[in-house]
Design a protein around this ligand. Sequence first.
Ligand SMILES: [Zn+2]
Length: 338
Amino acid sequence: MAQYDFQVKRGKPIDSGRLKKDLNKSASIAAARAFSEQIDKGAHVSECPVCRSVSHHKLLTIYGFDYHECEGCGSAFVCNPPPEEALSAAYRSDYYTQANKVLYANDSIIDYRVANVFVPKIDFAVENSHPSKKTWLDIGCGVGEALSVAKNRGFDVLGLEPNVMEAEYAAERFGIEVRQDYISKDTVSKYRGQYGVISMFSVLEHVPDPNQILADVSEIQEKGDALVIEVPHFPSISTMSQMTFPNHINRMMHPPLHLFLFSLRALEGMLGRHGYKINAAWLFGQDFYEMISTLGLFAPDLNQSKLLSALSPMMSELQAVIDNHDLSDEVLVVAERI
Ligand SMILES: [Zn+2]
């Protein structure tokens, strides 16, 4: 496995019982494909938006969008992203809203997600940071899972969420303050110096210019403040599986929702350029499940349910092999402003 100048945690136990929820993902893939295909494709960009390198090559086309791999930083990015208006329209679409209601703003699973998905992430962030202020700003807070945990850990919390449905859900469900606001050059002064921790879970992969948002966040924070970022990781066994079956994708390499999938080196370089050093990183994922559930689409007679039941008891161990070789599909980093 690769060596880094910071601690890297690898792997997370998987609750296999929960994985069976989307065993038959054909319908979800068909919807994901229809959504992506009707969105306008833009002109090709010349530079990697993550590290500005002009050395990159095409990996493949997914639903009309070209993913390139950067030779400078090792990230994957959509080289022909939609024009700005088309991208914002995609986030206002029924497809996006409905998907979020099922996956996130859903009373039947939210407590499970908080306890099993967000408690470990927030605790990892707290263990690996030393902010002088017990205040937490979550940019793109979604339905508020992360902030509900941070609040329980004693932080004064504020969420920013442009999506009205999610912002209202977060405020009602967890009693936290959520503003329908976003970080930009115009709003930096409102938030400067106030937040010991800033987090962005599943944000950087969605924004057209991740360097701009990091520059703005860097202006808000002071020496010693913590920045917590979670993004899709590249390369991973999930992305390799998806590149093998590019017409059967509904997450990770799903354009244009995921404009970027980041290597850990790319995150290290990008954070360094904006005045941060990484204290710790955590690689984990659902790669083995992604691979098996995709293969199942091509072998309907195989009885995927029985196969997964048989593999369930060893799912965590199988994923651990992937995590231990840095091929997980998610990465979380805790960085410190220097
Ligand atoms: Zn790059």
